[in-house]
Design a protein. Sequence first.
Length: 229
Amino acid sequence: MVRLVLPLLITVAVVASLAAQQESTAATASLRKTLLSLTTQSQRWIDDNDTRSVQRITSHMGIVIDILATRGDSPEWKQALEPLRQAVKGLDAATRQGTKGAESTKKVEEVRKQVEALAAMTPSGKPMPAKAPAGVMKNFMYLLDSTLYDARTAADEGDLKTARLYVGSLTEFGGSLKTVKKTQVWSQSADAFIEATKTAANAKTEDSKKFRELLTAIRASCEDCHEKK
Ligand code: HEC
């Protein structure tokens, strides 16, 4: 009996840990893509000399890095994210002194370099439980809004691979959103939202139009929560 059960248990454990690893790799790739998008957005706001918008973006970057950080509880992973955190801080500080000039653009490039460096890093240690996003809810909602917009834009361009990456970030944001309130209505709304994002991320379709319908379903789940909250 033991001879049969033990290998089975080991197989189950290995498969489960591989699945967890794959899930973590996918989530990390998604969050990295969102960070790249935010980096590009920050440069546009700098070009427009719109300080407040740049600061909104740096706060969004902070939220995404916090979520990325929960992917592993090891000191090494925390340390690995530190240069990116510092780069974002540097960009934020530069914009506070006025967005004009090459200085801010230099800071954006530093952020971009650190985001790109993330591609070679893997979270280590055990995943940590999701926690509520820093700052006010409204600001977090703008991040959800811009990420859904990114997914929609990629789908319009027929780039479903990229669209799925953005949807993957929405799943991660959903986990964080869920922890904000403890009521049953809230949990159910957050779960429905997370489910809608997973349905889109896992859909086998390569048809942009069909994929956009899945994005519309995500949007509907956003509105469901807004009606109930
Ligand atoms: C589980 C609940 C929940 C889900 C899901 C949810 N939201 Fe929200 N949303 C809220 C709450 C609560 C507020 C009010 C925040 C405030 O003003 O303090 C809000 C407000 C907003 C606002 C208005 C911000 C303003 O200007 O006042 C926008 C835009 C928004 N959400 C976008 C989205 C998008 C896009 C999605 C889906 C991708 C989404 N939300 C999913 C709960 C949710």
